[in-house]
Structures are given as structure tokens and as C-alpha cells.
Design a protein around this ligand. Sequence first.
Ligand code: UGA
Length: 438
Amino acid sequence: MKIGIIGTGYVGLVHGAVMADFGIEVICADIDKQKIDKLNKGEVPIYEPGLKELLQKVNDRIQFTTDLEYTVENSEAIFIAVGTPQAEDGSADLTYVFQAAESIGKHMNGYKVIVNKSTVPVGTGKRVKEIIKKQLENKDVNYDFDVVSNPEFLREGKAIKDSQLPDRIIIGCESEKAKEIMKKIYDVLYLKETPFLFTNIETAETIKYAANAFLAVKISYINEMALLCEKVGADVQEVAKAMGMDGRISSKFLNAGPGFGGSCFPKDTRAIYDTALKNSEEMMVIKGAIEANEKQKRKMAEKIISIMETVSNKTIGILGLSFKPETDDMREAPSINIIRELVQKGARIKTFCPGAMKEARPIFSDINEHIQYCKDEYEAVKDAHAVVIITEWNQFRGMNLQRTKKLMKDNYMFDLRNIHAKDKSVYELFQYYGVGKG
Ligand code: UGA
């Protein structure tokens, strides 16, 4: 079995590496020559634990190229794994998906299965089909082909494990022939008894958004509960724990924090809301989750400023910049809103993040004169009036609290992930504020 993958971002690269590990011959293609050159030199353009090692391991079964013709001609199935950035109106920008479909149509030399792995609004599979058909008509050939929707559920930071041992494989397709090819591709998972769900393309496309939006709602729900807990003297961690004991709810994704970020939840909630609007429906629950998330991010800085009375000319040590641990990804990270607001109110920022120091600098290019990028968490808290933990990297869980306190000028600690909330000493050492700890 030979497969092609168009797009070497998170999804494409991880999928390619894992498929090659399953014994499949993989051709990874991208129009970005720099990326492909890097990959051919054994360098990995993204930070994902275990990916570099896996790519080395499968080196003889995976190729990297900018040659789409070669990729399409030599693959039985071609996965589209290109980016779907957010357009200005909140909808998903499908330019890259349609470009990929056009290239596939242009270079097709026989029956192919075209598999959509990018997160795309319902109806995209149909449009991909039309684009390919048109290309074939232009060439005056009549090859048979099938379009399949096979959404990805991997999480950044845990992408390899999520792909090797997924909770489920969703396959939306219209023909038995395509179904059999997809089964053959995922043979290893089939043998491991991973649950498979075969459905139509529209349902598969909807499943991805429904799952992400639901998780986003769950987070916004607990974040709102946290705001209430603070007002009424309740403890959101205990509330979440007890809620999670109900098997129908489960404790996963019930950690209150500074709001969800990343390249998926913010974008996907807006996109499904937009899809519904275009179909004359307004999804009120999802709208609520989006608005609650914006409010949550805003509330974090407001709380710091109100408790400290003023942050003007105060030094704030910010720990963690990436939207979550084990990634260098800064997309829609709550740290962006919080730092901007604090700087606007006159604060000086000292910061350290184990993953995203390089990525953060250009994001704060207009306010970098107020930000000092430090070599570790201790340098970041030195002479600070307050320490704010925004991302729950393990390194910060294990930090020496006595040493931290000694280095600081004042002793405010805002732990936006509640990672130290259960340590009694924080309450003795610091003026400690978690999230939802009333
Ligand atoms: C998410 C989904 O979890 C994946 O299943 C999906 O495949 C992916 O989007 C995607 O669409 O590609 P990801 O964005 O990598 O994955 O990150 P998550 O681990 O889901 O976290 C998202 C955000 O929610 C982070 O900002 C995180 O801090 C926040 N979060 C998560 C909370 O605030 N509380 C929680 O309890 C869990």
C-alpha cells in the first residue's frame, strides 16, 4: 500500500510518520520547499514529542517532496492534510484544501481515494469531488475516484500516541471500494480492535466539529462555574471532581483555567457557529462557549490588576506562554491577552516558557520593550511583585516555592491552572490565588 499526504503540518506529518510505522509506504508532499528541505535533512519543522525519533525510525518508508505530480501518480490514496485557517468572518478558509484537490485532479493517472483529514466544514467533501471532476473533464479523461472524510482527533503534545492508539476511526465514504481501501490502510488499528465508525461524508465532517465544540463547551462551562465558585466561597476543583464521578459527565476536560486556546477549539467553534448561521440556525450553546472563553481570558488580567490594586511599574513574572504544555504553539494562547492587558496597564513583564520563547517574540513585537525573556522560571520571578502561572508545564509543578518566594520582591502568586492549589505551603508563602478557589 502506498499513500500520499499533501500538507506537512501537525496532522500531515504525524499521520505520515505513524502510517509509515504501520508498514505503509508514505510520500509526504508540501508546496513549502523550505519545509521539505528541512525534513529531507532529518530536521522536524514543528515541536512534537517523539516525532523526530519516529521519523528517523521510519526513514526508509517515508519520502518528502514538493512534487505533487509524483505524489499523486504513485499513491493509491491521497490524504489532504493542509491548513484551514480562520477567515476574517470566522468561517474556515478552504483555499489550501481546494488547491490540493485541483492538483490531485490534474495529476490523477487512475483510480484514487482522496481522503480529507483537514478539519473542514460539512459540504467540503462534495466540493472537493466537484473540483476533481472538473480537472478530469479538462484533461478529457474519465478516471474513477472516491472522496472520503477521515477526521483527525490528535492533540498537540500527544499527537503520536493519539494517532497510534486513537479512541476511534471515523470514515465517511460513499463506496464499498473506498471503504475496503481505508480498512486496508488502517489494518493495524483494525487488528488492535480500535472502534471504527463508517458513515456518510457529511456525518464524518460534522463529527469532528461536534466533538471539538463539545469539549470547548465543557471547558467554558467549568470556567464559568469557577467564576461563580470564587464569588460564593466554593472550590471548583472539588466541584469538578464530584461532577466527574458521574460516569455520564467524566472528569476529563473539566479543569478550570485561563480559557481555551490553540489552533483548534477557538477556530472550530467559530467555524461551526458560522456553518449553522449559513444554514439559518444559530447555535446558542456554542456561541455562549465562545463568548465565555473571551470573557475568561479577559477576567484573568482584571483579577490580577484588581487584587494588586495597580500593576503600574510592577514587575510580573509570567510562567508559560504556549497555549498548553508540551508544545511551542502560541496560537490563541491566553498568555497573549493577559500580557497585553498587563503591559497596557503599565506592568513590566519577565517571562519564561519551556516551549514557546522563540515563537512569542514576534507576537509581542510591538510591546517587546516591556518584556524580558528569561532563561528559566527563577530568573523570571527574580524581583517580581507577582508570579502568574499561565501554562501547566511540569517544570512549574516541580518548582521550588521557597526559592521562588525568596527571589521575589512581593509575594503574589496567581496560579491560573491550580497546579499548586493542593500544596499547603503556598498559602503560607504567598498571597495565593488560583482559579475558582473561593
Ligand atoms: C484539540 C482536541 O483535544 C483534539 O481531539 C483535536 O483533534 C484537536 O483539537 C484538533 O482539532 O486538531 P488541542 O487543540 O491540541 O486538541 O488541545 P487540547 O489538549 O484539547 O486543549 C485545548 C485547550 O483547552 C487548551 O488551551 C487547554 O489548556 C484547554 N483545556 C483543556 C482547559 O482549559 N481545560 C481542560 O480541562 C482541558
